[in-house]
Ligand binder design. Structure first.
Ligand code: PRT
Ligand code: ZN
Length: 285
């Protein structure tokens, strides 16, 4: 039978979120603990567990049809694959950081410096675009300690909270790239596999959308109903049901994360009471 083959990280920062996403898409995986390969009982999906660095090449070569990987790794490897969807997890940035004591006056200050990084291709491109000549020194891990042990003057490394840089006496001075995990695909999928990918993608989008939205229930005095409804966009329009107590209605709707608090405050101000907020598991519109 035709299956779609997906490559995900074997262990590391993207592993849990990748497996969770598949689960939320209703795809059950067997023997995840073996972490070599597995398949699903209820969706024609075969999963390969790999080092993240190898995923772009496997997908380009068609050994896997699709994959989940950080944009940082994808762009560094410079493989010819297509980004299908941004997944919203594994967010970080690739930044240049210099010792706190160093006087930094823009990228020109990097001229002639020795830069330690695991992203030589991206760093070289960044510097070249800005006409800066520096000496890139590729190392595979613990980049942040390089200046401290005299291996390099500055670093280019992934940052999320910034605490690793801080603890190593470094300050972030330039952002080369903002990154998150993405779903990628081989450029030459046949129509059967494209169809499976589209089924998977439909579910991924429903899960992503649900995460960005909340289900809201509240009680409204009938004389305030119009004002309250105008504050709730909903998917089409809010549901309004009479309460047992006369003069009151129950209003149900959906609110997106970015406008959530603002709307809740306005709803309270308009006379809404007993506001309940409930997470949404899937959202198909
Ligand atoms: O074994 P394999 O090769 O598969 O894994 P790996 O060791 O190469 O990668 P892994 O698991 O560390 O990271 C996988 C992916 O997670 C990265 O390619 C990024 O896309 C994403 N990601 C998100 C991060 C971070 N956030 C992150 N903070 N990857 C690494 N870091 C490291 C960073 O290098 C630094 O050492 O965390 C430290 C900084 O964190 P803060 O919070 O102190 O700033
Ligand atoms: Zn890696």
């Amino acid at each position: 039978m035709m299956t779609l083959r997906i490559a995900i990280q074997k262990s590391g920062r993207l592993y849990e979120d990748s497996v969770t996403l598949l689960k939320e898409c209703g795809i059950d995986l067997r023997n995840v603990k073996d972490r070599l390969r597995t398949e699903s009982d209820n969706f024609p999906l075969e999963v390969f567990f790999l080092r993240d660095d190898d995923i772009p090449q496997y997908v380009e070569d068609g050994v896997a049809d699709i994959g989940i990987v950080g944009e940082n790794v994808l762009l560094e490897k410079n493989r010819d694959v297509e980004i299908v969807e941004k997944l919203g997890f594994g967010k970080c940035r690739l930044s240049i950081a210099v010792p706190r004591s160093m006087v930094y006056e823009g990228v020109a200050s990097l001229s002639g410096k020795k830069i330690a990084t695991s992203y030589p291709y991206l760093v070289a491109g960044y510097l070249q675009e800005r006409g800066v000549k520096a000496d890139i020194h590729e190392i595979s891990g613990s980049v942040e300690i390089a200046p401290g042990i005299g291996l390099a003057d500055v670093v280019a490394d992934l940052v999320s909270s910034g605490s690793t840089l801080f603890m190593n006496g470094l300050k972030e001075v330039e952002t080369i790239l903002q990154s998150q995990s993405v779903l990628i695909r081989n450029r030459n999928l046949d129509s059967d596999r494209m169809e499976l990918l589209n089924r998977l993608l439909f579910r991924v989008k429903a899960v992503k959308k649900a995460k960005r939205n909340k289900y809201v229930l509240l009680n409204a005095p009938n004389e305030k109903l119009q004002e309250i409804i105008s504050l709730l966009p909903g998917m089409k329009s809010p549901t309004v049901l009479p309460l047992a107590e006369s003069g009151w209605s129950s209003v149900h709707s959906v609110l997106s994360e970015d406008e959530f608090w603002d709307r809740i405050e306005k709803l309270k101000g308009a006379g809404a009471q007993g506001i309940l907020v409930i997470p949404i598991e899937k959202m198909v519109i």
